[in-house]
Structure formats: structure tokens, C-alpha cells
Design a protein around this ligand. Sequence first.
Ligand code: SF4
Length: 430
Amino acid sequence: MNVYFHTFGCKANQYDTALVVQAFADQGATVVDDPAAADLAVVNSCTVTHESEAKLRRLVRRLARQGKRLETVVMGCAAARDDGAIAALPGVRAVIGGAEPAAVLRAAGMSSPPVPLSAMRRGGTTSRSRGLLKIQDGCDEHCTFCATTIARGANRSRSIPELVAEAQALAEHHAEIVLTGIHIGTYGQDRTTDPGRKPGEEPDGPPLGDPRARARGQSSLGRLLEALIVAVPQVRFRLSSIEATEVDDTIARLLIDAPRQLAAHLHAPLQSGSNRVLKRMGRHWYTAESYRARLEWLAARLPVLGLGADIIAGFPGETDDDHRATAALVEALPFTYLHVFPYSERPGAAAARLGAPVPPRVLHQRARELRDLGEAKARRHHAGRVGRRADGVVSGHRAGKVEVLTQDYVSVYLPTHEWNGSARFEVTVR
Ligand code: SF4
């Protein structure tokens, strides 16, 4: 059977798709890049914005118009929240909430594998040089704009030994490993102890992580990073997205002291620079001030830092003053790029009940203004890096060029003939 895969959404979804691809390959299926050559399509869906679901519907309709009247299995976050609308799309064979490979295989009419799947059995998850390691799934928070908690459930962290073993396998093929998940800063909070460790007992080396978590024998993201760096020191790890105030002292120390092992890059969701809006978003664990303080403290101690953020423009009830507070915070911090999302209502999320909708014209104007600010900051950061040496990892190839990603998340494009063939090397930013 030839199977075409498509993934919407975040790196956690890419990781999930890779496991499903592996399950199909293990059962003898052939993965094809062209839907015209496929007997079945599997689409991993995303529910983060109205637009991501609209794109899903467009793709499924397009697949159904293929010559063979291709059938599609829709999996993932939007599938988990389907009220029948996805199932009713043309050509949809099954809607599978979540990303369990065995369930997707069964929906495709194939038998499920007898042993649990692991990404370790696969060479990789993204490009040859960058791999993904999903450390946890789900989230215990209930941000009022987000439907992820509904789609993905509560925080579930994988154990440190399992993740170390998977990182060691990934390191055979990848120079960089990106730690991904849905709320990675809460890694370990759902686990009382790691196997083989008693509460309060340390692994080799100095005390790690949050002392309260340590006293409970609990793992934390800092503790996991320490273990990964010891086990695979040749790899550069990168954090996919982490709340600024969840960058604890252990993580900060690693960013400062181990730049070859942990990339100087944080993607720290801000969402709003107005405390009034943050409160109504349900983001109770930080304020504009605590967010700013943590990032300024870190930026002052790092020679270079890639710093990104997600921002929602036009949350219900957002005033001009709220918007100006966000713009001022963006101005003040050394962001190197921004992801700006115009607010879109998600069915089941509480935000729409919390304030009057911002008129679409104003909402898009605010989004544009923030995007312009982000682009100006990105240009400034890039200009400041041109001519400097950086720690580069190859992240892709296109049109006769090699894309090399620096520790601070700047892409450098080298003509292929200038590339020495290694996956990681010192590159001059251009
Ligand atoms: S922290 Fe908030 S925005 Fe992030 S996944 Fe959890 S509920 Fe969604």
C-alpha cells in the first residue's frame, strides 16, 4: 500500500507523524511524496487556529478529488475535537483523535504492530541533521484561548532513562536534537520519581533543578537536560518552546555554561504584554514584569541569544492601552523574531465569553503592527550577526543551497559547493 502523509501544526505533531510513518513502514507500506501515487492519505491535524482547521478541510477536499478518489484518515488535535464536520468531509475514511499509531493503522485496515513503537527504531524525524525528541505530551493549564488541553489531555512526561536512550539513538544520525512537547517547562511535574531513584537522591554530580521538586524525587526539565548532555555531549540540544518563567536556574546555567550542548535560543510565548489581558487569558504564572525580568537577566549573561515569542493580537476585550503595553514590551526586549497570531475563536475555549470581540479591522491592524515590529527586530539581529562566526548545524537543502542553522536560530544559506559535507561546523553568518 502506498501512503501519503501530511502534517499540520507544531513539532510535537511532526514527531507524532514520524511514529505513525514508522508503524506503516514496519507493516510493509510505502511512503510516497505525491498523493497521486497514493492508495491512502493520513493527515495529522492541528486545532490551534481557525485557519489551521480551514487548511485541513481544503487539503482533505483536494485529496478526495485525486484521480483514484483517495481516502483519508484524519488524526491529531482537530480530529480529537471533531463534532462530525471532519468525518463528513469527502473521502474521509476515519477520524482518529490523538496520535496512537496502532489506532491509525487499524483505521487504515492494517494490523497493528505487536510491540510498542519508539522513535529510537527510526533514523530520524526531520532533516538528516536535526532530530525531534518529544519529552512530554499534554498540558495542565487552561489558557482561555487554547483548545490544546481539550485535544491532548493532561501533562504526561516520559522517563529520563527512556529519553536518554532515544537521544543516544537519535545522536547516531543527528547533530541537533530539538526537545519538543506541548508544555515542556512542566516536564516531570506529573512524575513523582524516576525509576531507580529515591526521593531526594541525586544522580552523579551536583544538585540539580528546583530544590522542592528534588526533595520530592521529581524530575524536571533542567534535570532531564543535565542527563541528556552527560549522555550525548556531542549533540546540540535546543528547546522548542518554553515559558520564560519556567527557565529555572539549572536551565539558565546550562544555557550560559554549555553553549555547545544547549543552543542559545528560547522561544518564550508572551501572548500579551498587558497583565489585564494575561489574567483573562488564564496565564497566571507570569506577568509582563516577571517575563521581562527573566529574559533580560538571561540576555545580559549570554554573548548571543535567539529570542522568539508567540503573541496573540486582539484578544477579546483588548484595549488600545493593552495593545500599546504589548508593543512597548516587544520594543524593550531583545527579540530576534516574533510569531504573531490574530485572535481567532476556538470552539470549546472560554476566551470568547470574556470580553467584547475586537473589530476585525482593528485586530488585523494590531497584528500587522506587531509583525512589523518583529520583522524589524529580526533584521536588526541578523545585521548584527553578519560576518560573525557561529555554531552551525545543517537543517536542509534547497535549490543548490545548504541551510545552516546557528545556535541563535539564524539561517545561513551556503551554496552547496562551499559546503564541506559535515553536519555541524563553524559558519560565518552572511
Ligand atoms: S500553556 Fe496554555 S497555551 Fe500552552 S498548551 Fe497549555 S493551555 Fe495551551
